[in-house]
Design a protein around this ligand. Structure first.
Ligand code: MN
Ligand code: MN
Length: 466
């Protein structure tokens, strides 16, 4: 009967969950806003390929908005905008709120380190008249993806006298680039029998940097010498200076629109600059918040968050304690009443590899910011698992501000998994939830995100801190 049919439709609308492509419910002006927002994001991606550059770029952007470097003892009042630079590799920003700080802060967290190839301490060598750099990969990579692509070299070298040289080569059109070579298929019969994990091994990720010898008869390692002589001329360094350096080889290509519809952005390092940029922009946009808004862009997430610039270190706790002290309050009181959106990318459903995803609980491109109750692997190990109450609160907040969002678990149970910094923040007794942007080809040299999802993540942060 037709009446029953329409009753069913009504009931379905009322009771069943709707999972829709965001484009279908968005006005075209709003979609244009997403596209425009991503123009700024692409510039950030190109200017900030390493954690150090992300900190520099962030400071440039926030100082232009009136943020000042925080010094202990500084008098703070509502509306003040401050930041603390942690060793040039991580940064915390705060906009002081009108509410008593003992009521807690609104914390946004993202990481600014990305998978890459780091140079070893003694990187330079010559082999059969070619000069190369030895590397140790940083973060979880599929090694074969890092061969035969143009690489740029970014980082710093501390010379014997303590002076610092900044390096960025391979980004300008006129710069040379570098690359890891791979075996030609004609001679790869044995290599092709290796597993994909072993296809290119860690010690085979050697970066080609030169081939012409220094012109002088009977000179050993003349190609290496020639390279060193070029580096000495350009940067005033000697071989031993590599020992106290941090040089990172990253893909040399720039962020580009993907698709005939230009709906997506392809780039190196979306993980996790996509959440860093959106959190940063929300922090800049947030004026006179009720609760103090604190945004942390951290280092070392990709290697487990250890070290003094990673979120397992006490630097966040110390910062909160320092600003709490200005208001005569304990850091632990502030933290215990705080709430956090811990932002990191999530895996987007890829129709080419559907088997690793559980379709009811994975994230989709263009379905908005992903809200993830728990991460972890093998029985939720290594996650903070946000409480139902806190998830409920965030859900209500996002709906109130018309943020398009979805839920997403990182793949099928026991297919792998992964953690984020959320657990380390939650360990400080902060209500913490994972949010983020779904990404295709995560950890590859060229990752893909949707412009709508990027913008919705920004909107989620803004609703949270405002
Ligand atoms: Mn990440
Ligand atoms: Mn990652």
């Amino acid at each position: 009967m037709s009446k029953d049919k329409s009753e069913g439709k009504e009931l379905k609308k009322e009771l069943l969950s709707k999972k829709n492509n965001a484009v279908l419910s968005m006005k075209s002006e709003e979609i244009k806003k997403c596209d425009k927002f991503c123009e700024g994001y692409k510039k950030f991606l190109d200017n900030a390929k390493t954690e150090r550059e992300a900190v520099e770029e962030t400071i440039k952007m926030i100082e232009a908005q009136g943020f000042v470097e925080y010094k202990i003892g500084m008098k703070l009042e509502a509306g003040d905008k401050i930041y603390r630079n942690n060793r040039g590799k991580a940064i915390i920003m705060a906009v002081i709120g009108s509410e008593d700080i003992s009521k807690g802060v609104r914390l946004c967290a993202a990481h600014i380190d990305s998978p890459r190839l780091d140079l070893k301490q003694n990187p330079l060598y010559e082999s059969n008249e070619l000069a190369l750099f030895k590397t140790h990969y940083y973060g979880g990579i599929k090694k074969y993806q890092w061969t035969t692509i143009p690489l740029a070299l970014h980082g710093v070298i501390i010379k014997a006298d303590g002076s610092k040289i900044s390096i960025k080569i391979g980004e300008d059109e006129d710069d040379p680039v570098f690359c890891v070579n791979d075996l030609l298929p004609h001679l790869a019969t044995e290599q092709m029998k290796r597993t994909l994990a072993q296809g290119v091994k860690g010690e085979e990720l050697n970066i080609l940097i030169g081939s012409r010898p220094f012109k002088e008869d009977d000179l050993s390692e003349a190609v290496k010498l020639n390279i060193m002589s070029i580096l000495n001329e350009k940067y005033g360094i000697i071989e031993d200076d590599f020992i106290s350096a941090e040089l990172e080889a990253v893909p040399a290509f720039k962020a580009r629109d993907i698709g005939f519809d230009r709906s997506m952005v392809g780039s190196y390092g979306h993980d996790d600059r996509v959440c860093a940029y959106t959190a940063l922009m929300a922090t800049i946009k947030c004026k006179n918040p009720k609760h103090t808004a604190v945004t942390i862009l951290t280092d070392k997430e990709e290697t487990g968050s250890d070290g003094n610039t990673g979120l397992q270190s006490a630097y966040l706790k110390y910062f909160i304690a320092d600003i709490a002290a200005e208001f005569g309050c304990e850091g632990r009181t502030v933290l215990s009443n705080s709430e956090c959106m811990s932002a990191d990318v999530n895996a987007a459903f890829d129709p080419t590899f559907p088997d690793v995803m559980e379709k009811n609980n994975c994230a989709y491109i263009n379905h908005g910011v992903v809200v993830t109750k728990y991460t972890g692997a093998r029985g939720k190990s290594g996650t903070s698992d946000a409480s139902a109450e806190y998830v409920g609160k965030i859900r209500k907040l996002l709906d109130k501000h018309d943020v398009i969002w979805q839920t997403g678990e990182l793949g099928k149970v026991d297919f792998g998994g992964g953690g984020t910094v959320a657990a380390y923040i939650a360990n400080l007794n902060v209500d913490t939830i994972d949010v983020g942007v779904p990404v295709l080809s995560m950890h590859a040299p060229f990752e893909t995100v949707s412009k709508i999802d990027v913008y919705m993540t920004y909107k989620a942060f803004l609703s949270f801190v405002s």
